[in-house]
Design a protein around this ligand. Structure first.
Ligand code: SAH
Ligand code: SF4
Ligand code: F3S
Length: 449
């Protein structure tokens, strides 16, 4: 039997990947292991990986190489690779790093204890076959005591030509409304005040569920889910990500405007401001449609915060097409934008298109876009100056312990002087005195709840 005292998890990916890590950490703690932040102190190391871009993937190999060396000196060490690189590479990972004990795709995150049992009985295990994701009974170990992620739909049925997610996360699987509601009820009972509902394409929620209303005809949607969760006692705020422009509806916007707990923040990636590039990406909308969506949101909620994702240097992108992306950003004024240079991914149609853009051009466009984004974000931040904003206090500022931090309803990180012991989990009013591009600071006006 291997000694198993401490585990270490490094998470490389998106919010869903982080939520999976919290679930797996909970399962390891239920097995009696303690957490350590230092991988060299751990008997079990789990890398929860991301393959969205080549850079994320390469980082895993360099971390893994070091621990594989260590295993030669300390053979009791258990090495696990989970997540999207595990799914993408499967058996190939074992050949590349024979020291590995377990390679497990994201659909298997809930099965960690079973898979480890097989490892401890002496096998090297690869778990990447598609499975139905079952409700998890172990309690996740969550990073925060105030805000929590809740998966509502796994997988993605889209086929954006640049993206590995459908390959590595599988087909869409919605959790039932009842399972989600009971998770949210127990979170609120445990003191959580805010949940972020997660899905790669959250607007797809429900379309794989049987028609479950009394008439049996109505297809359950994400909007229905918001109404269903809204009255959970103790819960103060609901957020959600990610919205896909193709499926975005007026009904959803109306629900957000109508339901006081749903925060006025929309994360809607547009990827490119050029219609031909959008078509080559197979995104299923035009830049005009995207602009209409933002206008519709602002019609109902003039102050709503808008964020998104964009890719520069998709195959064939010309300077003029890139300018269309800059125009969209200038016209719409994003509160925040995640930007990336296009990275060719194995098994995706865009990776084999002939007109790949040179790396130097991609980097140049990325820099120019980022510069524009910090200007528009700073301009959006300035609208908060002098205002009284509702902030949910999450934790102490790790840099300045005399400050606490939280978020506005629009998702702006906000710092102000305060004592965490008195304020954690409280909704407070903060007067905004200083506005940076991506954060605010101010002073406490009143504790709300
Ligand atoms: N489901 C979401 C996003 C999932 S991936 C959506 O449809 O928008 C998160 C972001 O990574 C994407 O929005 C995209 O901007 C970026 N991304 C995905 N594949 C990429 C690639 N091959 N190269 C660069 N960026 C990529
Ligand atoms: Fe990837 Fe497109 Fe699915 Fe988003 S919607 S995860 S970009 S395939
Ligand atoms: Fe990365 Fe997988 Fe998320 S590829 S972005 S961790 S779904």
């Amino acid at each position: 039997m291997r000694p198993l005292r401490r585990y270490h998890i490094t998470t490389f990916g998106c919010q869903m990947n982080q939520a999976d890590s919290e679930g797996m950490a909970g399962a390891l703690e239920a097995m009696g292991l303690d957490r350590t932040d230092d991988p060299d102190q751990a008997d079990l190391i789990l890398y929860n990986t991301c393959s969205i871009r080549d850079h994320a993937e390469q980082k895993v190999y360099s971390y893994l190489g070091r621990q594989a060396q260590r295993k030669h000196r300390e053979p009791h060490l258990t090495l696990v690779v989970a997540g999207c690189v595990a799914q993408q590479e499967g058996e190939r990972l074992l050949r590349r790093v024979p020291e590995l004990d377990l390679v497990m795709g994201p659909q298997h995150a809930h099965r960690l204890p079973d898979l480890l049992e097989q490892v401890f009985s002496g096998s090297q295990v690869v778990a990447t076959e598609p499975v139905q994701i079952l409700e998890d009974i172990t309690k996740p170990r969550r990073r925060s005591a105030v805000v929590a992620w809740v998966n509502v739909i796994y997988g993605c049925n889209e086929s954006c030509t640049y993206c590995v997610v459908p390959q590595v996360r599988g087909r869409e699987q919605s959790r039932t409304p009842e399972a989600i509601r009971s998770e949210v009820i127990s979170l609120a009972a445990a003191g959580y005040r805010e949940v972020t509902l997660l899905g790669q394409n959250i607007d797809a929620y429900g379309r794989d569920l049987p028609g479950i209303t009394p008439t049996g005809r109505h297809q359950y949607t994400f909007t229905d889910l918001l109404y269903f969760l809204h009255d959970v006692p103790g819960l103060e705020r609901i957020r959600f990500a990610t919205s896909h422009p193709r499926y975005f509806t007026r009904r959803l916007v109306q629900a957000c405007a109508e339901l006081p707990k749903v925060c006025e923040h929309f994360h809607i990636p547009f990827q490119s401001g050029d219609n031909d590039i959008l078509k080559a990406m197979a995104r299923g909308y035009t830049h005009q449609r995207y602009r209409q969506i933002i206008a519709m949101i602002r019609e109902y909620m003039p102050d709503a915060a808008i964020s998104g994702d964009a890719i520069v240097g998709f195959p064939g992108e010309t300077e003029a097409q890139f300018q269309h992306t800059l125009e969209l950003v200038t016209d719409l004024g994003f509160d925040q934008l995640n930007t990336a240079a296009y990275s060719p991914r194995p098994g995706t149609p865009a990776a084999v298109m002939d007109d790949q853009v040179e790396e130097a051009i991609k980097q140049d466009r990325l820099q120019r876009l980022n510069q524009l984004v910090s200007q528009t974000a700073a301009a959006r931040s300035r609208r908060y100056l002098g205002r009284h904003e509702q902030v949910l206090v999450e934790e102490q500022n790790p840099k300045y312990p005399e400050q606490v931090l939280g978020r506005t309803r629009g998702n702006r990180l906000t710092f102000f002087p305060g004592v965490i012991g008195q304020l954690q989990g409280k909704l407070v009013t903060v007067r905004i005195d200083q506005a940076n591009a991506f954060s605010l600071s101010g002073s406490l006006v009143a504790a709300v709840a």
